[in-house]
Design a protein around this ligand. Structure first.
Ligand SMILES: Nc1ncnc2c1ncn2[C@@H]1O[C@H](COP(=O)(O)OP(=O)(O)OP(=O)(O)O)[C@@H](O)[C@H]1O
Length: 303
C-alpha cells in the first residue's frame, strides 16, 4: 500500500528516476500488509500531532516545477555499497534529505494523582519516587495542620495558618482544597502551571475526597493511581507504628480507610504497597508513568 503510494507519488511528479530503466524497487520486501508500516498507519489515525517530516517525505506535487525534481541517481547494491553512499543515493532518489527530526512529538507532560487511605504509604512512595525519577515535580501541598517532627516547610508542605489558607481560597489560587480532620489542605495552581510549562510531569498527593474532586475538575486529562495496603491489618499496623496519631485520630483514620477502599473503582490504576516492599510499589508507579507516556492518544491536562 505504502509502496504503491510512493510509486504514485513519484509518477505524479514525473520523477525521471521512476521511469529509469535501471530502476530497482527500493523496498522489495514491503507489501500492502507489511507490519513495518503499521505504526505509520496508526499514527495517521492517532491523536498525536501530525508528523511533518513524514508528510514532507511523501509530498509530490511541488509548486517549484522541474527545478526541484530529483536527479536520476543509480542506487548501488546494498551488499556492496558504502552505507554513506547508499544513504545519499536513497536520499537523492526520493528527492529530499532524510531528516533527524523525531518521528513522533514529545509526550505531553502528565499529571499523576496519587491517593489512598491514610497510612497506606502515599508520602513514603512519593518520597522514593522523588529520589529515583527525573523530570517530575511533586507539588507541595499547602496545609493548615501543624508541622510533624522532621517535616520541612516548603518541602513536605507549605505550612500556613487557617487565615492564610482562607485568603488563598478567596484569591482562587488553589486547584482543589478540603478540610481534612479539622485541617485545610490544598493544591496551589501556580506551581503546576510553572512546571508543566517546563515539560515536567506533575505528581499530586491527595486523600480520596481530594481525588474525587480532582476527577471532577480534570476528568481523564490526569492519571489517577490508588495506593492500598495488602490488608486492613497491615494498614492498621503501619498507622500505629508511625506514632503520629492520638487514639481518637487513629480510630477516625481506620474507620475512614474502611470506607475509602470502596472508591478504587474511580481510579485508573491500583498499586498494592506491601509491607517491606515499598520499592516494588514505586517501580509499579514508574511503569504506569512510562506506559502513559507511550500512549498514542495522550492525556492533555490544562490547568
Ligand atoms: N511498604 C511499606 N512497608 C512498611 N512500611 C511502610 C511502607 N510504606 C509506608 N510505610 C510506613 O507506613 C507509615 C505510613 O506511611 P505514610 O506516612 O507514607 O502514609 P500516608 O498514606 O502518606 O499517610 P497520611 O495520609 O496519613 O499522611 C510510615 O511510617 C511509612 O514509613
Amino acid at each position: 500500500m505504502l509502496y504503491r503510494k510512493i510509486c504514485t507519488s513519484l509518477a505524479k511528479s514525473s520523477n525521471p528516476f521512476f521511469f529509469h530503466q535501471n530502476f530497482t524497487n527500493p523496498f522489495p520486501n514491503l507489501h500492502s500488509n507489511s507490519r513495518i508500516f503499521s505504526p505509520l498507519k496508526t499514527l495517521k489515525l492517532g491523536s498525536r500531532r501530525p508528523i511533518s517530516s513524514t508528510r514532507r517525505f511523501f509530498q509530490s506535487d511541488s509548486p517549484m516545477g522541474d527545478a526541484r525534481r530529483p536527479a536520476v541517481v543509480p542506487i548501488p547494491p546494498p551488499e556492496a555499497a558504502e552505507p554513506a553512499e547508499l544513504f545519499r543515493a536513497l536520499e537523492a532518489s526520493l528527492g529530499s534529505p532524510f531528516t533527524s527530526e523525531p518521528l513522533v512529538p514529545e509526550a505531553n507532560p502528565l499529571i499523576i494523582v496519587v491517593s489512598g487511605p491514610s497510612g497506606v504509604g502515599k508520602d513514603a512512595v512519593i518520597k522514593r519516587l522523588r529520589e529515583v525519577r527525573e523530570n517530575i515535580h511533586f507539588v507541595v501541598t499547602a496545609t493548615s495542620r501543624p508541622m510533624r517532627p522532621g517535616e520541612i516547610h516548603g518541602k513536605d508542605y507549605f505550612f500556613v495558618s487557617k487565615e492564610e489558607f482562607l485568603e488563598m481560597i478567596n484569591k482562587d489560587e488553589l486547584l482543589e482544597y478540603a478540610l481534612v480532620y479539622g485541617d485545610y489542605k490544598g493544591i496551589p495552581k501556580q506551581q503546576i502551571r510553572e512546571h508543566m510549562a517546563k515539560g515536567s510531569d506533575i505528581v499530586l498527593r491527595v486523600d480520596i475526597q481530594g481525588a474525587a474532586t480532582l476527577r471532577n475538575i480534570l476528568g481523564d486529562s490526569a492519571v489517577f493511581v490508588f495506593l492500598v495496603a495488602e490488608s486492613e491489618e497491615a494498614l492498621v499496623k503501619r498507622l500505629i507504628d508511625r506514632k503520629t496519631e492520638t487514639k481518637e485520630t487513629l480510630l477516625i483514620r481506620i474507620a475512614t480507610a474502611r470506607e475509602e477502599v470502596r472508591h478504587v473503582a474511580d481510579f485508573d490504576y491500583v498499586v498494592v504497597n506491601k509491607e517491606g516492599e515499598l520499592e516494588n510499589a514505586v517501580k509499579l508507579v514508574e511503569s504506569i508513568i512510562d506506559a502513559e507516556k507511550a500512549k498514542v492518544k495522550q492525556r492533555n491536562a490544562v490547568i
